[in-house]
Design a protein around this ligand. Structure first.
Ligand SMILES: Cc1ncc(COP(=O)(O)O)c(C=O)c1O
Length: 391
């Protein structure tokens, strides 16, 4: 599919075509681990990469391939690779660049497992990581060393919704010849296109907005052809974090309505953020769509809309935050995000329970912080639910 088509057209059509053998309009689920060759010469040519073909699903699968082509088109990348989960994609993308003796610069405001991978797993492999506690490009630049191999960041960040200036960071990194990897999960390509802003590689938890319905895990890495090909040959085949064809098919199906879901998610979130900002029981709201957010102007420049993740601090600290989570009736008390259904988590008592308090506070996750993933229900019902939970 030509990549100059509009985003909505690409979301519906890219990577997919009617089955030439049967005419099936929808992409078939190729639920097969292996693929038959006509003879030994053909199999040998496929193994050697001299002929395009499928041989074993860990090496490639037609349903998975459709998802990869759709994501490459939506992210505007030369190529994309699908993984079993967001973390499989994120760890593989980092390992695609980093080896023993290398150094990584990362923002501190990261999804917890990505932080753990960088903080605990990479050092075991002999690489060092410097975490920068702000979203400022000059602070990230100061952390660069001669052996810095990659800069890793996410924007807006989970769960404090900090915003990094993508174009400014990508420009600084490019000038120093350092590749950038950005987690685009919170925005999705419908709202934000990191590769067009100069980022080298975009990563996703496809489990979230791309899938959109909370029923399949997946991960995506999109970027330059050479890098993706290296991941295919050097990482995914040996580490083995491949997505199942059925999950790839569910995510493909979800993406066809991404451009319709995201505006509905964002419109609900804007109303909820404004309602919370004016609520007497709320101390602070973190949402890039509020003019009071420190990253508002940057977000306005780099995002089509401000997303549907909100976090807020309830007055009364730990107990107040926990109470809001306990009292909602429509929001589901559940981890994850990007579902059509609205979800709520009080971070200190759940997702960040095991993080020492001082460390948690340094990450901006206060005792009363509550994170919302705003769904596509009627805004009035979501507002009424939060209002009754707060009062
Ligand atoms: C921003 C972000 N990136 C990555 C991940 C990891 O994705 P997965 O759970 O699909 O491995 C998550 C999961 O919550 C996330 O919120």
């Amino acid at each position: 599919m030509k990549s100059n088509r509009e985003f909505a057209t690409l979301a519906v059509h890219a990577g997919e075509a009617p089955c030439p053998a049967t005419g099936a309009l929808d992409t078939p689920i190729y639920q097969s681990t292996t693929f038959v060759a006509a003879d030994s010469d053909e199999m040998s040519a496929v193994y050697a990469g001299e002929k395009f073909g499928y041989m074993y699903t860990r090496y490639g699968n037609p349903t998975v391939r459709a998802l990869e082509e759709k994501l490459a088109a939506l992210e505007g990348g030369e190529a994309a690779l699908a993984f079993a989960s967001g973390m499989a994609g994120i760890s593989s993308a980092i390992m695609g660049y980093v080896k023993a003796g290398d150094h990584v610069v990362a923002t501190r405001m990261l999804y917890g497992a990505a932080y753990n991978f960088l903080n605990k797993k990479l050092p075991r492999m002999g690489a060092e990581v410097t975490f920068v506690p702000t979203a400022r490009v000059d602070d990230l630049e100061r952390a660069i060393r001669p052996n810095t191999r990659v800069i890793y960041f996410e924007t807006p960040s989970n769960p404090t919704l900090e915003v990094v200036d993508i174009a400014a960071l990508a420009k600084m990194a490019k000038a120093r010849g350092i590749p950038t990897i950005m987690d685009n999960t919170f925005a999705s390509p419908a709202l934000q296109q990191p590769l067009a802003l100069g980022v080298t590689v975009a990563v996703h938890s496809a489990t979230k907005y791309l899938c959109g319905h909370g029923d399949a895990m997946g991960g995506i890495v999109a970027g330059p052809k050479d890098f993706i090909s290296e991941l295919v040959h050097e990482v995914i085949r040996d580490y083995g974090g491949v997505i199942s064809p059925f999950n790839a098919w569910l995510i493909l199906r979800g993406i066809r309505t991404l451009h319709l879901r995201m505006p509905a998610h964002c419109a609900n979130a804007q109303r909820i953020a404004e309602f919370l900002a004016a609520h007497p029981r709320i101390e602070r709201v973190h949402y890039p769509g509020l003019a009071s957010h420190p990253g508002h102007e940057v977000a306005r420049r780099q995002m089509r809309a401000f997303g549907a993740m909100i976090s807020f601090e309830a007055k009364g600290g730990y107990e107040a935050g926990k109470r809001v989570m306990d009292r909602v009736q429509l929001f589901a008390r559940a981890a994850s995000l990007g579902d059509t259904r609205s979800l709520i988590v009080h971070s200190a008592s759940t997702s960040h329970r095991a993080v020492p308090r001082a460390e948690r506070l340094a990450m901006g996750i206060t005792d009363g912080l509550v994170r919302l993933s705003v769904g596509v229900e009627a805004a009035e019902d979501l507002l009424a639910d939060l209002d009754q939970a707060l009062t």
